[in-house]
Design a protein around this ligand. Sequence first.
Ligand SMILES: Nc1ncnc2c1ncn2[C@@H]1O[C@H](COP(=O)(O)OP(=O)(O)OP(=O)(O)O)[C@@H](O)[C@H]1O
Length: 466
Amino acid sequence: MTRRHPSFNTLSRELDTIIDSSSDGLFVCDAHAYVIRMNPASEKIHKISANAVVGRNMRALIDEGFIDRSAALEASISKERVSLLQNKGGHKLISIATPVFDERAELIRVVVSERDVTEIDALQRELEKQEAIKNSLRDQMLAMQQAELESQQIIARSPQMIRAVQQAMRVAKADSSVFILGESGVGKGLISQLIHTHSARAGQPLIKINCGAIPESLIEAELFGYEKGAFTGALNSGKPGQFELADGGILFLDEIAELPLGSQVKLLRFLEDGKITRLGDTKGRKLDVRVLAATHQNMEEMVEQGRFRLDLYYRLNVIPIQIPALRDRDECIIPLIHHYLEAFGKRSGCRKRMTRAALDALCGYSFPGNVRELMNICERLVVMTETDVIDVDDLPGQIGPVPVPSGSEPCSLPIGLSLKDALEKVEKEILARALCAHHSQLEIAEALGVNQSTIARKLKKHQLIS
Ligand SMILES: Nc1ncnc2c1ncn2[C@@H]1O[C@H](COP(=O)(O)OP(=O)(O)OP(=O)(O)O)[C@@H](O)[C@H]1O
């Protein structure tokens, strides 16, 4: 079946219907901006009848104050599409004038479409207002959170650290176990406190146990308690373990990777059924304890080596929070320095400030001991610097204006030094670094592979402690 082309009359009727039924205002002008027709929507927008406008020139309508500007007039002059946004009787009107050309590229008509955008504009403004209110509320909330964090002495400025803190605040409300991961001194203990403060158990104890600091033979009794006669030297009365002491509250197991395999089994059992059994006892005790665990070890490696149970690792790792190393959060370094200079300054009654060069040198340092090392450096600087201004020369040897690549020589030795003096100097430097990176002589001794009394003696000899 062939389709017949519509006649001119049919086309014209169709066009009339389209123009008249359009909800946008439409009007047509000739090449000299005389109005030829105006649709009902346009009559409504301008509150005027088409009869009063058709045949009139746009210039005259402007002169009579009917409109301020005419898109049709401007398009008839420029012979280009013109868009105008104007106010008309308290309404916002968008007019788009499109020139129409004949086959000889002569302008023959200008078609103008108009739309009253007052409502859209009002909606847009309302939306912007709501957005501004939302932003200001969010800023207020962030400022409050920041103030709260600072009151808890937690400085978080880098995106990764802010994320870790936000995660901690979020999981605080849930009652699940949390696994806090990160190098030594990054603030895992601090995050455990934050979780405690924001949890429903805030009014109950937060008990911290460093699993690495308790001898293997004692840890099970320490954690789970014992009954009388459980072992030689056991108290006659028996003794509750830390789990029982933390009942209703939170138990923070730091250095969890150091937990012996026997205690790992007991911990797993507790995480599964909420029961512990004292050493020498036969019946279990039901307890209500939330467990937080932390480690600086690579747990996957520990599991692979058979030193940590896979099932316990999975059970603990349900909610992991990774705390980034300080060298990976540049934005935190200067705020932390200011925070600790201020805190130690207040404590010792001598306010100190730091030169830009010293701050730059510290920012370029890798802080193997993380925030703890930064804190110790600040404390030493506040106490030891004689002037009020701390400069590069006052910084410990390992930090200097030119960063020393890690793994290279610990300190530069003057030529001509005797072997004995050179060794002394290197030993002092190594001890000074270790002092910054660790928080006890025991830790330094472990890190350097000597016993604690040697460390104590050498620190004294080099006058690194009084
Ligand atoms: N974001 C921080 N803002 C302010 N002080 C911090 C921050 N992070 C850590 N500190 C401080 O650094 C010190 C070390 O932190 P913390 O003991 O929590 O580290 P850790 O990761 O638990 O170390 P370790 O694994 O050796 O136990 C603490 O004195 C703590 O107050």
